[in-house]
Design a protein around this ligand. Structure first.
Ligand code: 5GP
Length: 186
């Protein structure tokens, strides 16, 4: 198998995390990118498993030397990013390097590595996405409205990437995703 970067992209609430979990359970040979962050580990989190925890200076140094495929500042204080070296190594080893990533990050990766294959996970409908965000019960109404507004804009980006999968069931979405990236049925 030839290695490649595969990005799984999609709005918040679309269930991309669940689809990726299902895919990884079926295909343990997929290499999954671990992000770098400047935030402190939370209890129970482990360096190199949940994230690579970097100091601000380490992060800046990597970024300035071209060592990051994409970066983002979240909540105006913590920085997050995808380190280039492990991803490029996985691809060189012939692996599928999977990045679960937001829209802005995906655009940066595509600019840095034009061969990266982007699959957009779309909700069956906007109404369904809305229902899922409300049903999750983790956000208050203002936060849900804000996320839906973001999702509405993000859905317009579906054409920017190489393929899309409608997440009507996790099982079917994972199967379609596997097929798109050239994995055998399993
Ligand atoms: P948390 O601190 O709760 O683990 O993550 C906060 C946010 O950082 C999440 O919304 C997540 O999407 C984002 N994030 C995590 N890793 C990365 C990354 O590698 N790149 C980008 N752009 N965002 C990330």
């Amino acid at each position: 198998m030839t290695g490649k970067i595969v990005m799984v992209i999609g709005p918040s609430g679309v269930g991309k995390g669940t689809v990726v979990r299902e895919l990884r359970a079926r295909y343990p040979e997929i290499w999954f990118s671990i992000s770098a962050t400047t935030r402190a580990p939370r209890p129970g989190e482990t360096n190199g498993v949940d994230y690579y925890y970097l100091t601000d200076d380490e992060f800046t140094e990597l970024e300035e030397s071209g060592g990051m495929l994409e970066t983002a500042e979240v909540f105006g204080m913590n920085r997050y990013g995808t380190m280039a070296a492990p991803v490029d190594q996985a691809v060189a080893d012939g692996k599928i390097a999977l990045l679960e990533i937001d829209l802005d990050g995906a655009r940066q990766v595509k600019a840095a590595r034009p061969d990266a294959f982007g699959v957009f996970i779309a909700p069956p409908s906007f109404e369904e996405l809305s229902r899922r965000l409300v049903g999750r019960g983790t956000e208050d109404p203002a936060a849900i409205a804000a996320r839906l507004e973001t999702a509405r804009n993000e859905l317009l980006a579906i054409d920017e990437f190489d393929a899309y999968v409608v997440n009507d069931s996790v099982e079917s979405a994972a199967r379609q995703l596997a097929e798109l990236i050239g994995l055998p049925p399993r």
